[in-house]
Design a protein around this ligand. Structure first.
Ligand SMILES: [Zn+2]
Length: 387
């Protein structure tokens, strides 16, 4: 007997569409500088957190880049992309410290955070990322599983992994500086983006983990939006995230489509909150709702564990690409080195929804898992299991 349930809230990464909403708000922040935020060149604004910790933001890239000056070397967080800006970023860093750039830490693999990894690696930096980064296009040197500690001589930097915005999220805590980098799990100018990874459950767990670190004065660095924020704003963001998730769930249970939802008064109110008072097009709201529904609210069927496990293996496409299906924590993961990682959820014993994806992508297993058909949004391609 089959019965339906609402799925646990996990998902995937899509690098090609990473943070596109956030990236389109180029330069918005530069018109809204805070007292401690100063323009240091024609290209950059900067905020000093302490004598050792600074936030830089390029006028054309909304990503906040952290610059930490250790006893003997410099650590960067999320050097943003843009080939033309990497030298400008280096120049801005050199104005803060002449020490060598020894480490680059990525809060996740999306290119607007990791795009300059190669540039700084060439200058001698070691890139530190979560191990799931290998299922992305980002460059990395050192990976870790749950947590990682860096001793910078004058500061202990703790890295913590969670699955929230993506499968490779890292929260970065500077203990002495009482500062926490949130990556894209906290943006002050965009909707909650939890559909590349952990769904709403992962999103809220990540925020709770952040709120439990430090104290009431802990400085919170969002990846996009303002250069810095605080626990009070993060708490408010969490409360609005819960309202957002619950409202979508409610409207979905009433049978409303994402198009209907995008006209809902409460959804629009929350949209204004998340987008810093800026009115967002119905199309953009709807796109976010579609992805949120895809990661959180797809009704799935229960499939016996032995059937799920029978799909595990390495699958080869005619073009040479290789995908893996693995069974982990009661769920199937669909992943490809250097490309993507998704959770897939059962629509039947053979058909699987690719979580968080819009437009819908799906997999259909054939002959007890000897092969699958993958509809990638454009075409259906077949991969055969390697025996
Ligand atoms: Zn991102």
């Amino acid at each position: 007997m089959k019965y339906f349930k609402i799925l646990p809230l996990f998902a995937f990464i899509v690098l090609s569409t990473s943070c596109s909403e956030a990236k389109t708000k180029k330069g918005a922040q530069t018109n809204n500088q805070t007292d401690s935020e100063i323009r240091v060149s024609s290209d950059f604004v900067q905020q000093k957190i302490s004598d050792n910790l600074y936030i830089l933001k390029h006028k054309n890239y909304n990503t906040n880049t952290g610059v930490f000056i250790g006893a003997e070397s410099v650590l960067l967080i999320d050097p943003m992309s843009g080939n033309n800006n990497q030298q400008a970023l280096l120049n801005a860093i050199k104005q803060l410290s002449g020490k060598p750039i020894k480490y680059v830490v990525n809060t996740h693999s999306h290119m607007d955070h990791s795009g300059a990894n190669g540039f700084f690696k060439q200058l001698g930096a070691t890139i530190i990322s979560h191990e799931n980064t290998k299922y992305s296009k980002a460059m990395y040197d050192v990976t870790f599983k749950d947590s990682y500690t860096l001793d910078m001589g004058n500061e202990t930097v703790e890295l913590y992994h969670s699955i929230a915005h993506t499968f490779d999220d890292v929260m970065v805590h500077f203990e002495n500086n009482n500062t926490l980098f949130m990556g894209d799990t906290f943006m002050t100018n965009s909707f909650p983006h939890f559909y590349y990874g952990g769904g709403s459950k992962g999103h809220l767990e990540f925020i709770d983990k952040a709120l439990a670190l430090g104290d009431t004065n802990t400085i919170i660095i969002p990846a996009h939006g303002t250069l810095s924020s605080n626990k009070k704003a993060l708490t408010e963001y969490k409360e609005h995230s819960i309202k957002w998730i619950n409202r979508i769930k409610q409207l979905h249970s009433e049978g409303k489509s994402s198009e209907d939802m995008a006209d809902d008064a409460q959804i629009n109110q929350l949209s204004l909150f998340f987008n810093n008072g800026k009115s967002i097009s119905k199309q953009s709201i709807q796109r976010t709702l579609d992805k949120t529904i895809s990661v959180d609210l797809v009704a799935s069927v229960i499939v016996p564990e032995n059937i799920l496990k029978s799909y595990e293996g390495t699958y080869h496409y005619d073009n040479g690409q290789v995908d893996e299906i693995i069974y982990q924590n009661g769920q199937l993961l669909f992943r490809s080195k250097g490309r993507y990682i998704y959770e897939i959820v059962s629509l039947s014993e053979t058909k699987f929804h690719v979580n968080g994806q819009f437009p819908n992508k799906y997999l259909i297993f054939k002959n007890n898992g000897d092969a699958f058909e993958f509809f990638n949004g454009k075409e259906t391609i077949v991969a055969k299991k390697q025996s």
